[in-house]
Write a protein of this length. Structure first.
Length: 108
């Protein structure tokens, strides 16, 4: 945990920046790389009755680590996606509560 769910970015491009991004996030968030997951979510964007090109949207689910760490995390994600050729990137955080997150039947 943290979980990064990415829409609007090609799988190959995510693969191209994933290692370096996790390297950077390990230092920012101060947790081991084995805690991170990256998920590509295939989605179709529709506007005015037609399929339209999507934009990168990254959702980060994690245990809250404060505003400063969140800001640095958002910037690292944004730069990684932009380096893959995307101009605009949206990043949104969902803070999970330890007592509501269960792994194998036990909460954190």
């Amino acid at each position: 945990m943290p979980q990064l769910k990415i829409r609007g970015v090609e799988v190959e491009k995510i693969c191209s920046f994933s290692k370096n991004l996790i390297d950077e996030l390990e230092d920012i968030i101060n947790c081991p790389r084995s805690y991170f997951t990256i998920e590509h979510i295939s989605s179709t964007f529709i506007a005015d009755g037609s399929v339209t090109k999507s934009y990168p949207f990254v959702e980060v689910s994690w245990f809250d680590r404060g505003q400063e760490v969140q800001d640095k995390t958002a910037l690292a994600i944004t730069k990684a996606v932009q380096c893959a050729g995307y101009e605009n990137v949206d990043v949104v955080f969902t803070a999970l509560k330890e007592n509501e997150y269960y792994e194998n039947g036990n909460h954190f």
